[in-house]
Design a protein around this ligand. Sequence first.
Ligand SMILES: *Cc1c(COP(=O)(O)O)cnc(C)c1O
Length: 404
Amino acid sequence: MEQPIAVTRQSFDDWMVPVYAPADFILVRGEGSQVWDQQGKSYIDFAGGIAVNALGHAHPVVTAALVEQAGKLWHLGNGYTNEPVLRLAKQLIDATFADKVFFCNSGAEANEAALKLARKRALDQGNSSKNQIVAFNNAFHGRTLFTVSAGGQPKYSKDFAPLPGGITHTPFNDLAAAAEVIGDHTCAVIVEPIQGEGGVLPADPAFLQGLRELCDRHDAVLIFDEVQTGMGRTGELYAYTQYGVVPDVLTTAKALGCGFPIGAMLTTDELAKTLGVGTHGTTYGGNPLATAVAGAVFSIINTPEVLEGVKQRHQWFLDGLNKINQQYPIFSEIRGGGLLIGCQLTQDYAGKAKQITQLANEEGVIALIAGPDVVRFTPSLIIPEQDVKEGLARFARAVARICS
Ligand SMILES: *Cc1c(COP(=O)(O)O)cnc(C)c1O
């Protein structure tokens, strides 16, 4: 057999379009919540591939589902349906408010479908001027041109003008400001129950309830982007149930495939009618390989053991992080829900989140940032207690270094 091509971190700079600045080591293997690099150094994984690997790495049941399906049928195209996609649809429908599901390959695509649905629904009702979308400052909804425009961080969209129009942003958690712009010309409101990329900022219950009432009053579609908060991340299957506010459309991706690319848009019978035959689609969406994996993932995550376990693990993290913060006070707030945890840096350490995660890497733990001032943790939902303890001990050493 031919020798594989030799690759190092330098190869990234040589060969890759430079949209990312990855860490200066290359990971080659993972098991549960541990990963190893080319040199055999071990890391505790508190990032989970950015809230994706909700069952850790190489979970035996998920791997078995992948291998079994891989030997059977990978792909057909949407001229032919398949068994795994129908089973996954039923699992999602039975566990949520939804009656219908559209499958795609990413979070951005799920949001793209949701926004297109809302525009077309209003048009179908004969209301061609009901095309305005309300979104929130600091939000993140993906990187397609439509979703990056709906996102509330102009730094991600400004270089790609002209942008799709008809999108207004107001401050997150400011119901009065939202009420001022939501009207009969509004076709959709899109919101994350917890802003993830924006800094792990939970919505106030009254804010989401108020948006629900405004959408009802003005016949606008309420879209919850649960791409990051979904699939057990907050200790419920989806965060909307914690808030007691039911959206019209819910988008999910990230942990749904635990690393196999898949996204989905969930909605009601009434709204699903908008997207009739031929009005939207994607080649890979709902293919048997992705949906077989997601079906196995779903069966494991949607159990009381795993969901209760998330709440328990939340407490382990909180206890450990508070202890670190007592010794080295660098966090002004520790917030979030379940295993989506954000640590806001104090003024003294503002802008140093990236540097802290780099030191954490050196100490053998992988953490995330959520903007320059927030360190974020989104580990596996089933991370063992021993790994939480060891990872936090390593993280504490990184914090000690930044403080010295
Ligand atoms: C990650 C994320 C997205 C984008 O998902 P992709 O799979 O990267 O397209 C959208 N919305 C939220 C809330 C996210 O966290």
